[in-house]
Design a protein around this ligand. Structure first.
Ligand SMILES: C[S@@+](CC[C@H](N)C(=O)[O-])C[C@H]1O[C@@H](n2cnc3c(N)ncnc32)[C@H](O)[C@@H]1O
Ligand code: SF4
Length: 458
């Protein structure tokens, strides 16, 4: 690999993240629950026909200082019960507008810490989904878990409810680092947890690490990587610590002088990549890794990798996303709609109307085309205009015109060996995937010259 900190610095400009297109920052508060109902009805005739469901459980018994997710501490058992009733009511409301012949291929529970609530509630929500929606033969049912609250019996119960995928936050193995981020360590040794998950046939087991936390060094991060590889999960994610104090003011409680600077963080990213790829893991993007036998690696090889707000997924199982709970974002073919983030506002809105849309966005046909092009490049590092034209119901020439594509724009990347054009198809090299956001932005004609609101590429 020739990727060095110098190379990354050359391309390290402010660029959009492209976790969605257009980004969540363009969602409008003028889009309300009233606009959401026609969007739900329209989604029945749009692509994909499959249904993905996202359930957000915002509760965590203890809030980690570094966390940038939409979370809240347990206020009372009664408040949690009331929240669950709201999620059930929201599912009733949305399901009324969904065609009964469509099938659920994917369910993702995120948070917060879904495994910290009473599992009877989880079962109640799953039963509600079963009541309203048809399931495909083998849906992926995934849950994000904190090992601090996960017992052996919990794992058995999750499997009995129907979960077959799990993602766990490790963040760091060092108790001193966990203390500095106000995080509890695992309830049971992670080796034992992994064994129990495998015994229960969980697939695509994922472990998260974060780099850039207080007290971490390049050496200690490498040790974390070695330890996580020794556990042999199917997937590993190394997140760069994101400083978002406007989401979580607790981040200010962490001692910045004890945190790695940008240069050391780049070295951590590269060290993680190198160790992981030399240990048999395949890179999915630059910070996700999967065993070659894992669905994500297989999808990457057949250029069928996709991405939604829940992370990477395969084209096969990805549906339009219908989200329930605070802050959840529904991702339909032509519409994004985000729920209210505040727990009390969400509860009040659902109790009054059954929906709690805070903001949203209706995509134009052109934006849908740009989104598909950016998704292909970001996920698969490949773009064949003819291949994507058919599902978009347009021609390759129309895509070229909508995205203002001009091969000359790719010249600097071709010269650096990061991109190749073969038969008009664009191939991004493995090294090029480190700067794929810089490549994707060349296909975004709506990007203004002012990029100061974006973060750096790496
Ligand atoms: C909802 S949590 C995972 C489940 C569970 N709550 C836990 O902590 O184990 C989602 C993941 O987002 C990542 N994350 C949260 N805040 C972050 C931040 N500020 N920067 C980078 N990654 C972050 C963490 O790796 C975390 O595991
Ligand atoms: S990292 Fe997980 S447990 Fe910690 S506050 Fe965030 S969601 Fe909760």
């Amino acid at each position: 690999m020739k990727v060095t900190p110098e190379f990354l610095n050359k391309y390290n400009k402010a660029v959009p993240r492209y976790t969605s297109y257009p980004p969540a920052t363009s969602f409008s508060p003028c889009f309300t629950s009233k606009d959401f109902i026609p969007a739900l009805i329209a989604s029945n005739d749009e692509h994909p026909e499959n249904i993905s469901i996202y359930v957000h459980i915002p509760f965590c018994p203890q809030l980690c200082h570094f966390c940038g997710c939409n979370t809240t501490t347990f206020e009372s058992a009664a408040k949690i019960r009331r929240y669950i009733d709201c999620v059930l009511k929201e599912i009733d409301t949305v399901a009324e507008h969904i065609d009964k012949s469509r099938k659920v291929t994917q369910i993702h529970w995120g948070g917060g810490t879904p495994n910290s609530i009473n599992f009877d509630y989880i079962e109640e929500i799953i039963e509600k989904i079963k009541l309203h929606f048809q399931w495909s033969d083998n849906p992926e049912i995934a849950i994000e878990c904190s090992p601090a609250y996960l017992s052996m019996e919990d794992i058995d119960r999750l499997a009995a409810i129907g979960f077959n995928r799990v993602s766990m936050g490790i963040q760091d193995f060092n108790p001193e680092v966990l203390k500095a981020i106000n995080r509890r360590g695992p309830k049971f040794p992670i080796e034992q947890v992994m064994e129990r998950l495998r015994k229960n046939n969980f697939k695509g087991i994922n472990l998260d690490l974060v780099y850039g936390l207080p007290l971490q060094t390049l050496e200690s991060f490498k040790q974390n990587i070695e330890k996580v590889i020794a556990l042999s999960p199917d997937r590993i994610v190394t997140f760069s610590y994101a400083q978002v104090p406007w989401v979580n003011s607790n981040q200010k409680k962490m001692d910045e002088t004890r945190m790695a600077g940008p240069e050391e963080k780049l070295q951590m990213l590269l060290a993680g990549y190198e160790i992981m790829t030399h240990s048999g893991y395949e890179a999915i993007g630059m910070d996700h890794f999967a065993k070659p036998t894992d669905d994500l690696a297989i999808a990457k090889h057949s250029r069928k990798l996709h991405r939604n707000f829940q992370g990477y997924c395969t084209r096969e199982t990805t549906g339009q996303v219908y989200a329930f709970g605070t802050s959840g974002i529904s991702q339909l073919w032509g519409t994004y709609a985000q729920n209210l983030k505040n727990l009390h506002q969400y509860i009040d809105a659902i109790e009054a109307t059954g929906l709690a849309i805070d903001r949203g966005y209706s995509l134009t046909k052109e934006e849908i085309v740009i989104r598909e092009v950016i998704n292909e490049l970001m996920c698969n590092g490949y773009l064949n205009f003819e291949d994507i034209a058919k599902p978009l119901q347009c021609t390759a020439n129309e895509i070229i015109s909508i995205t203002n594509y001009n091969p000359a724009k790719l010249e600097p990347f071709i010269e650096d060996g990061l991109v190749k054009i073969v038969n008009n198809n664009i191939h991004v090299s493995e090294d090029g995937m480190f700067v794929v956001r810089n490549i994707a932005m060349l296909f975004d004609p709506n990007l203004t010259s002012n990029t100061s609101q974006f973060s750096k590429a790496v």
